[in-house]
Design a protein around this ligand. Structure first.
Ligand code: ADP
Ligand code: MG
Length: 699
């Protein structure tokens, strides 16, 4: 079979998509299912039974013996509990059975998933409910049914529920606005997302020799290699055969699952790569990204590799992010961030743009809090990823247009015309396809925004929940004032102008890596939440609670629970890292350095006997430096050990967050500095770990 036929046949072959449904499910049930999707109404049991039957038949034909409700608890990972289709029918016989009830609802023992106190331990049950907007698929012999996960009383315990709620919220408000512009057709507006995923590949045998990589997903120490990314020879460079084989395999696995993997290339750092899918609705994109991360790791294993999704596996080397490309599209096929060709489209585009700018400025701390994690702290503001300050890059043309609106001056384009909202056609806004200011956290890229702050290991749910909800809120603000307006053009103009004037401080087209930006941003009143201990608590600012509850995305309880989980998770990560570092120092590093120093000393003694009169300057200098450093290490690591073992009792979540950041993390860095220095002095034979050089240049 040629690839021309093979790949399309392969694509989605493990997905119970509309094609499969048409074959395995009755026509009436498919129609009923589609109607439910349209109305957002629950499925009748009869329909569910019908679909379950078809799903089962399809799954069995494709080799599945089990089914699982596949969900995304607040750990950020995916969870599954597998039940077999096997059902006893007496006489020692079984049949393969699966009912509509089992399809739509599950009751996993959920006591071990974080709930942030939402579910008292005596009420350990959590419920999963089928998300019929996301297709079921087969993975490892199990039929996976994408579900939401909530508590007995209906509180969201997962990442999917708020995402679906936020998608509804933005759709509702966007339609109000579209109606004002005479659009009577659009019934639904969808948030679309294309997450670009960065990752590292390292050799498995080397990986296994580092406890820090195995337990923490990142190196806790390591001297910089003589060559890193300075030559920029890796970025988009030729892909090495072993990596190419991995990427081919990965693509095929993803295609089978209906993930539209499109682009693959080498990234900036040695051993760093990227995969980008074709965008999909935010819910599907989020599901697919979770699957992608899982498959990336699994396929790597088959190739004797390990895929590192940590935001910063190697200090001093480029980290990994997840660029979240986000836009809004109508069910009539229009992109609401596409500038448009008529005067009316111009006005509508400017309204959506102004709403976005206003929302990001007003809720900058909220957006920042969604990308805060122990891993991402290493990346943001590290001169290779966006700074921790949120700003928007719009490009020169759009910036000029915004200026002309806020200053009331004429926008003079190449045709020397002035520009009036809703009267003139927008000038052509060229899509800069080369470099679109990679230093910007949030860039307008022609017809979508690219949010570059999310970390590589994170679920994209959090950031998209907030992007959707702030957009819903600002569209509401416009719609509230424009509905019933007697002078639509005039009021529209004034509102857009007001929004842009009040919020254009968030627009920044300069170099985000430049030190002067920090000062300028401060003068503009923009927030610079440099690390998680500052960014995570911002989630609960009163204005954020008001926003998310107003649009039904979270209850206040859900927000508090979520925030508690994120803060706890930060502390746990640092705790594990610190313990791992202590362990490695204790069992490997102190010994290695001491043994090497001892061998130097015995060399000195031997040399003195054998060659009296010859100096031992090299051995003496090395032995002395290493001994001093090792003494320092003993002291510094003991402090770290004490800090980890004496975590303040009865401290609040916020106090713990600061303790781990200000005390434990700071001490880890002190320990690390000494180890990195030692590594450069200890002979390779004595150093018990693969170095950065080994790890980054061996695949
Ligand atoms: P690059 O950023 O590398 O130039 P693209 O801009 O073509 O590449 O696409 C990057 C990602 O953005 C891809 O995942 C792509 O599918 C996604 N994307 C493209 N258009 C949209 C859109 N309208 N909404 C959301 N994502 C989009
Ligand atoms: Mg991009």
């Amino acid at each position: 079979m040629s690839e021309q036929e093979r790949i399309p046949t392969l694509f989605g072959s493990l997905v119970f998509n509309e094609d499969a449904m048409a074959k395995y499910v009755s026509c009436e049930a498919v129609v009923a299912w589609k109607q439910c999707l349209k109305d957002g109404a629950p499925l009748q049991l009869e329909t569910a039974n019908d679909i379950a039957d078809g799903m089962k038949a399809w799954a069995l034909e494709h080799g599945a013996t089990h089914y699982t409700h596949w969900f995304q608890p607040m750990t950020g990972f995916t969870a599954e509990k597998h039940d077999s289709f096997v059902s006893p029918v007496g006489g020692g016989k079984v049949i393969m059975d699966f009912s509509g009830k089992e399809l739509v609802r599950g009751e996993p023992d959920a006591s071990s998933f974080p709930s942030g106190g939402l579910r008292a331990t005596f009420e350990a049950r959590g419920y999963t409910a089928w998300d019929p907007t996301s297709f079921a698929f087969i993975k490892d012999g199990s039929l996976c049914i994408p579900t939401v996960f909530c508590s007995y009383s209906g509180e969201a315990l997962d990442k999917k529920t708020p995402l679906l709620r936020s998608m509804d919220a933005v759709s509702k408000q966007a339609i109000r606005v579209l109606r004002l512009f005479g659009d009577t057709q659009t019934a639904k507006v969808t948030a679309n997302v294309g997450p670009e995923q960065e990752y590292f590949l390292v050799d498995k045998a080397l990986y296994n020799r580092r406890e820090d990589l195995r337990l923490c997903g990142r190196t806790l120490f390591g001297a910089k290699p003589p060559k890193g990314q300075e030559l920029d020879d890796h970025y988009f460079g030729a892909i090495k055969p072993r990596v190419a084989a991995y990427m081919k395999d990965l693509d095929e696995e993803l295609w089978k699952l209906g993930v539209c993997s499109k682009t693959k290339h080498n990234e900036v750092a040695p051993a760093q790569h990227e995969m980008a899918p074709i965008y999909a609705d935010a819910n599907t994109a989020c599901d697919h990204n979770q699957l992608t991360m899982e498959i990336m790791k699994k396929v790597a294993d088959r190739h004797g590799l390990v895929c590192l999704l940590h935001e910063k596996p190697f200090a001093g080397v480029n980290g990994s992010g997840k660029h979240d490309n986000w836009s809004l599209g109508t069910d009539t096929g229009k992109n609401l961030f596409a500038p448009g060709k008529t005067p009316s489209q111009n006005a509508q585009f400017l309204l959506f743009l102004a709403a976005f700018i206003k929302g990001v400025d007003e809720y900058q701390e909220l957006l920042r809090s969604t990308v805060a994690s122990a891993g991402n702290d290493h990346r943001l503001g590290a001169q290779e990823a966006p700074p921790a300050i949120i700003s928007i890059f719009v490009g020169k043309e759009l910036h000029d247009i915004i200026d002309s609106i806020t200053e009331g001056t004429d926008y003079v384009d190449v045709n020397k015309r002035s520009l009036q909202i809703g009267v003139d056609v927008l000038p052509h806004i060229p899509q800069d396809t080369t470099d679109r200011n990679r230093t910007s956290p949030l860039a307008f890229t022609g017809n979508k925004f690219e949010f570059r702050m999310p970390g590589s290991s994170m679920s994209v749910s959090g950031p998209n929940v907030v992007l959707n909800t702030i957009m819903a809120e600002e569209l509401r603000w416009f719609a509230d004032q424009l509905e019933g307006s007697h002078d639509f053009q005039g009021d529209l103009h004034n509102l857009i102008r007001q929004a842009l004037t009040e919020h254009k401080r968030i627009i920044f087209d300069g170099n985000g890596y430049d030190a002067s930006w920090v000062a300028e941003a401060e003068a503009r009143g923009l927030k610079n939440l440099t690390h998680s201990a500052l960014a995570l608590p911002a989630f609960l600012l009163p204005k954020n609670i008001e926003l998310l509850t107003r649009h039904g995305v979270f209850t206040e309880n859900e927000m508090r629970a979520r925030n508690e989980i994120h803060m706890e998770s930060y502390c746990k990560v640092i705790h594990i890292e610190a313990q791992t570092l202590v362990d490695m120092v204790q069992h490997q590093i102190l010994n290695a350095a001491s043994q090497y120093a001892a061998s130097l000393c015995s060399t000195i003694l031997t040399k003195r006997q054998a060659l009296p009169g010859v100096t031992c300057r090299v051995e003496e200098a090395l032995a002395e430096s290493i001994s001093h450093l090792n003494n320092d290490l003993l002291e510094s690591y003991t402090e770290l050990k004490t800090a980890v073992n004496t975590v303040p009792a009865n401290a609040s979540g916020l106090e713990l967050l600061h303790y781990y950041h200000d005390v434990v993390f700071t001490k880890m860095n002190q320990v690390r500095a000494i180890i990195d220095h030692l590594e450069t002095l200890v002979a390779s034979d004595y150093w018990p770990f693969p170095t950065y050089y080994d790890l980054l240049f061996s695949v």
